[in-house]
Write a protein that binds this ligand. Structure first.
Ligand SMILES: *[C@@H]1O[C@H](CO)[C@@H](O)[C@H](O)[C@H]1NC(C)=O
Length: 260
């Protein structure tokens, strides 16, 4: 009898210490391995070096078109966007010296898209006579801030779009490319002009977008926005702030971030 009680107490103590285990942990619960977390979740430690402990996070997003249908205007749907989608941990070095710049992602572009990301924020620069993706500063790419030629990332997007003919992908460019038609050339070379949604079809003055079903039917499934306003008339690349609004959000401490 005494033994039973002490086992019960021990079990209770373990549950108190850990809260959940063996596939029962929910989003945000502390975990020690993927097996602790429930379906569709995995055990992840963000900011490993700063905060102790890992929590269960979602591995994939919900497909909004399965929740409803795809016959509403494009602007009625919400989707996941990755910031600096190209700044990937462990991305192979493409310059003679190692990178010394921040990374923001752990997944390749293909994995991000397969996991449900539908908009990618990408920083494009003139570099080595071509267009590159770099996490840099002052509008200039350096060997130590360069990730790789833009074509490599764009080809991954093309691969996803050709394999998934009903998916719409949005690209938001932080654009430092001054080369004449530099972006048009790299998007053409990547095979992405085939899916290009023309500026002429984009709504002015905050009106509704075309229906998702029509965008899919017409195979106009790639939306590209640039931060350089003049490129809308010179290259037919939509100027981001003619079509988007944003709200401002700042997190002032790592502690604040872990609480979110
Ligand atoms: C799609 O969903 C909307 C909103 O629920 C509905 O009004 C519309 O009839 C649906 N369209 C189709 C083709 O199912």
């Amino acid at each position: 009898m005494e033994k039973t009680i002490s086992w019960v107490l021990l079990a209770a103590a373990l549950i108190l210490a850990f809260g959940c285990s063996k596939g029962e942990c929910k989003v945000g619960d502390k975990c020690s391995s993927d097996q602790d977390c429930g379906a569709g979740l995995y055990c992840f430690s963000c900011l490993k070096k700063v905060t102790a402990g890992a929590i269960c996070v979602r591995s994939t997003t919900t497909n909004q078109f399965q929740l409803l249908n795809n016959s509403l205007p494009f602007n009625k749907y919400a989707f996941l966007t990755t910031h600096n989608a190209f700044a990937i941990d462990g991305y192979p070095q493409h310059t003679p010296i190692p990178r010394v710049t921040e990374t923001n992602q752990e997944d390749s572009i293909t994995t991000q898209l397969n996991n449900g990301v539908r908009a990618l924020m990408l920083d494009v620069y003139d570099f080595q006579g071509d267009v590159w993706m770099c996490h840099s500063f002052s509008g200039k790419c350096y060997d130590f801030t360069a990730f790789g030629p833009a074509i490599d990332f764009l080809k991954e997007i093309e691969g996803f779009m050709s394999a998934n003919p009903s998916e719409i992908v949005t690209i938001i460019l932080e654009d430092y490319v001054n080369a004449d038609k530099g972006l048009t050339k790299v998007f053409t070379d990547a095979g992405l002009m085939n899916y290009w949604f023309p500026v002429s079809g984009m709504p002015k003055n905050g009106g509704d977008w075309p229906l998702v079903s029509d965008m899919v039917k017409n195979d106009q499934r790639l939306l590209v926005f640039t931060s350089i306003s003049s490129k809308e008339s010179s290259e037919g690349i939509a100027y981001q702030w003619n079509y988007m609004v944003e709200n401002q959000c700042k997190v002032f401490s790592v502690h604040g971030l872990s609480e979110l």
